[in-house]
Design a protein around this ligand. Structure first.
Ligand SMILES: Cc1ncc(COP(=O)(O)O)c(C=O)c1O
Length: 363
């Protein structure tokens, strides 16, 4: 079987794939309602929150758009902290919906600096909404500042929106303990489920802002989703087959135990980083903020990234991801999240080593 070592979609366990092949049910009937009750409880547990978490039929970007249309009004002053492509996507969304966006961008490979965020908020007292990516999938960096950032944002009576799409479920994101107002995740990442569902948690602070927000919205109106969920339904037809998968994958996740899942991701992240460095390669992420879900590897001088990815796929049946945006041709990304274990990493490292040798890298 192909070793899919990209940072999402990730491989799904056989039983999860089979769950998705079950016959269709009435999405307004009792079976769906019972399943939705189970998955809502499960998803909340993974989010470590007592808040409502809405499950949307969309990719992760839909959850990002939902956060923006529900919480940002045209003309609102907003700070977006970006450390890569997905942070830049938040900037785009805020701009498209008419927010007055202050961009605080950091170099690729580093985490955001809390002091600079604090200084920016001080210099712009009109800003009451802050958006940030927890795990920047384009650079392989996890931001360690969320609990402190939440305190800073709440000290100015602000709202913190966190894209945890490629981290939550693989690394700890303590939504309630860290007091994160709005948090996003997506099924095709650590959840061991096919693409198609996205999650948005909202606390009371966020609901109050959403209710007062006049920004037009329909498909992603989160109050509609919350109200439908009370009756075990979604406002629009859900991706039922992916939902079947989620139901099964949550069962597997709780059988393994969330702490064991976090420990496994840390172990595998470390194993990947050590293996890559042993080949003489360098990571993009600075030391101490490397992601346990994806490793961004700098391409050595003279190595053609496109060719490397092709050889890995053709000769080693292993798929890595390339760089995005300005990192295209400069890095490759090795995913290690979701249904992944030591042999997958070992095979991935072997494939990388073999492909590098074939494209002429001497090490
Ligand atoms: C951090 C992050 N944010 C947002 C997204 C966008 O999600 P999707 O591609 O599911 O729309 C991704 C997906 O790669 C991501 O990793």
């Amino acid at each position: 079987m192909t070793n899919l070592r990209i940072p999402g979609p990730t491989p799904v366990p056989e039983v999860v794939a089979q769950a998705g092949a079950a016959e269709m049910i009435n999405h307004r009937g009792p079976e769906f309602a019972a399943m939705m009750k189970r998955t809502n409880e499960g998803v909340k547990k993974v989010f470590q929150t007592a808040n409502d978490v809405m499950t949307l039929t969309s990719s992760g970007t839909g959850a990002m758009e939902a956060a923006v249309v529900n919480l940002v009004a045209a003309g609102d002053e907003v700070l977006v902290v970006s450390i890569g492509e997905f942070g830049d996507r938040l900037i785009n969304l805020v701009n498209i919906y008419g927010g007055k966006c202050t961009e605080l961008k950091f170099e690729q490979g580093v985490a955001a600096d809390l002091n600079q965020i604090e200084a920016t908020l001080k210099a712009n007292p009109g800003i009451k909404k802050v958006l940030i990516t927890h795990n920047e999938t384009s650079t392989g960096v996890t931001q360690p500042i969320l609990p402190d950032l939440a305190k800073v944002v709440h000290a100015i009576d602000g709202l913190l929106i966190v894209d945890a799409i490629s981290s939550l479920s693989s690394v700890p994101v303590k939504v309630d303990e860290w007091d994160l107002d709005v948090v996003l995740s997506g099924s095709q990442k650590g959840w061991m489920t096919a693409p198609g569902l996205a999650f948005v948690s909202m606390n009371e602070r966020a609901w109050a802002i959403a209710d007062a927000n006049k920004q037009p919205r329909f498909y992603f109106d989160l109050r509609r989703h919350q109200r439908s969920a009370v009756n075990g339904q979604t406002p629009w037809t859900p991706a039922v087959s992916v939902w079947f998968q989620l139901d099964k994958s949550l069962e597997l996740m709780f059988a393994e135990g969330m702490d064991n899942i976090y420990a496994r991701h840390h172990r595998l992240g470390q194993m990947t980083r050590n293996g890559v460095k042993a080949m003489g390669l360098q990571l993009l992420a600075t030391e101490g903020v490397e992601s346990d879900t994806v490793t961004a590897i700098r391409l050595p001088e003279g190595v053609d990234g496109e060719k490397l990815l092709q050889v890995a796929q053709d000769d080693f049946d292993t798929v890595f991801a390339g760089g995005q945006g300005s990192l295209r041709g400069k890095i490759i990304r090795f995913g290690h999240l979701g249904h992944v274990h030591e042999p997958d990493i070992e095979a991935g490292l072997e494939a990388l080593k073999g492909a590098l040798a074939k494209v002429g890298f001497k090490g």
